[in-house]
Design a protein around this ligand. Structure first.
Ligand SMILES: NC(=O)c1ccc[n+]([C@@H]2O[C@H](COP(=O)([O-])OP(=O)(O)OC[C@H]3O[C@@H](n4cnc5c(N)ncnc54)[C@H](O)[C@@H]3O)[C@@H](O)[C@H]2O)c1
Ligand SMILES: [Fe+2]
Length: 403
């Protein structure tokens, strides 16, 4: 329920252009931002190899905008890596930073933009609203569907020494321009389609159930859930289906808008230590945790999960039955199997002896844990992690070798 006295807000990136081949409009749209003579393109080596950065540079040149490219952005970047990229850019003046890639590249681009204009280390930006000065304007072009980073005020960094991932949240990180072109996502391999798609779905579902949910984030979250439910499995099986790719890209952006307003919750809090300590890809970690955390939450959010069931097309609003909430959890568990996402953490080297440390780290991510609709104790968190460890391993550790 959204009690009338609560104040909520909505903010998003400056301008969004969307649709198949929307990239064609990039040059003129950039010119609309003001005096743009020289751009810095930020990308991963994979994007460079695919020719996406050369194509982008040629497009900019066609609009009279010179550019340079900085490649080599790592997956799930560390704070040190981002600072090393900033050193490579140095003091060279660029009118806009253009990030083209998945969430890793978009987050790196956002941070590079504010590192240029603030005398702060990345670590000093961690937390909420800790960046005093506006950055270089950014244009963000997502190639995964995805993190929704193109419309969030967030950037996530890995801190290697603490084996953790942490969030930087600041209105200084909103992009000036976003281009959503599903053509760029056609090359996504199946496993990345699955993992990043489940990340997007998790954003929508957690935002909808969040303690900070509000009418604006609810609308965006439900539409995101509808779009992603109708496309994730088919895009996994046929990556060239443009309609599904379009639905996923739009769904992931709506998920990002929803989370910017109401926040993610326990699934994300529990995914961060898995990423920081065991380098489990962000989407895969979320996908594994999602059905188990939802099963834990279920009795507190029955009504909301019925609305989710309706958005997912499992039951109609009118016919939403008492067990609709269970059907949602079942459907999510079925997806993770069909999308071939591992069902246990041992695949990534996690052992039952790691569970207490993981649970403590997740419990400390208060920014997100506080949003969870049902409070989780450290023992509740441990229980969920243990559900993702193969039975045989902890059965033996508990001294019952007969299992
Ligand atoms: N800022 C936010 O709001 C937010 C939200 C959720 C997650 N994140 C963060 O984003 C990062 C994950 O981003 P991601 O899930 O998009 O993955 P990613 O950016 O790490 O990319 C995954 C892999 O896919 C490749 N790839 C990307 N686009 C491709 C394409 N079109 N064709 C072929 N290969 C392609 C990349 O090169 C990379 O190897 C994590 O660090 C996560 O914590 C940020
Ligand atoms: Fe996420």
């Amino acid at each position: 329920m959204n009690e009338p006295a609560r104040i909520y807000q909505f903010q998003t990136s400056g301008k969004i252009i969307a649709g198949l081949h929307a990239m064609q409009n990039l040059g003129p749209e950039l010119r609309g931002l003001g005096r743009i003579n020289k751009a810095l393109i930020v990308a991963s080596d994979a994007m460079r190899r695919q020719g996406a950065t050369d194509e982008l540079a040629a497009r900019l040149a066609g609009s009279g905008i010179a550019s340079e490219t900085i490649g080599g952005v790592m997956r799930e970047p560390t704070a040190d890596h981002i600072e090393a990229l900033a050193d490579r850019i140095g003091q060279e003046p660029f009118d806009v930073y253009i990030g083209i890639g998945g969430g890793s590249v978009l987050d790196a681009t956002k941070l590079l933009s504010v590192l240029r204009t603030n005398r702060l280390r990345v670590r000093e930006m961690i937390g909420t609203e800790r960046i005093p000065h506006a950055g270089v304007p950014t244009a963000l072009i997502p190639t995964t569907s995805g993190t929704g980073s193109e419309v969030t005020p967030n950037a996530i960094v890995t801190l290697e020494e603490e084996a953790l991932k942490l969030g930087i949240v600041s209105s200084r990180l909103y992009a000036s321009l976003v281009v959503l072109d599903p053509a760029l996502t056609l090359s996504l391999p199946r496993s990345i389609t699955a993992e990043t798609g489940m990340d997007a779905f998790t954003h929508a579902l957690e935002s909808f159930l969040s303690n900070k949910a509000n009418p604006i984030s609810d609308m965006l979250a439900l539409e995101s859930i509808r779009l992603l439910s109708g496309s994730i499995v088919s895009a996994f099986h046929d990556g060239h289906a443009v309609e599904d790719r379009s639905a996923m890209l739009l769904g992931s952006m709506f998920g990002g808008m929803a989370l910017a307003g109401s926040g993610t919750a326990a699934v994300h809090a529990m995914a961060y230590p898995l990423g920081g300590r065991f380098h489990i890809p962000h989407g895969a970690a979320n996908a594994m945790l999602l059905p188990h955390v939802m099963a834990f939450n279920m009795d507190s959010v029955q009504d909301k999960l019925r609305r989710v069931a309706s958005a997912m097309g499992i039951v109609t609003e009118a016919g939403a039955s008492a067990d609709a909430a269970e059907l949602v959890v079942e459907r999510i568990a079925e997806w993770t199997k069909e999308l071939q996402i591992p069902q246990n953490l041992a695949v990534y080297g996690v052992q039952s002896s790691d569970v207490p440390v993981l649970a403590e780290a997740a419990f400390q991510v208060k920014r997100l844990m506080d949003n969870n609709p049902k409070p989780m104790s450290i023992l509740d968190i441990e229980d969920v992690y243990r559900k993702l460890l193969p039975r045989i391993e902890y059965a033996c550790k508990e001294g019952d070798a007969s299992l």
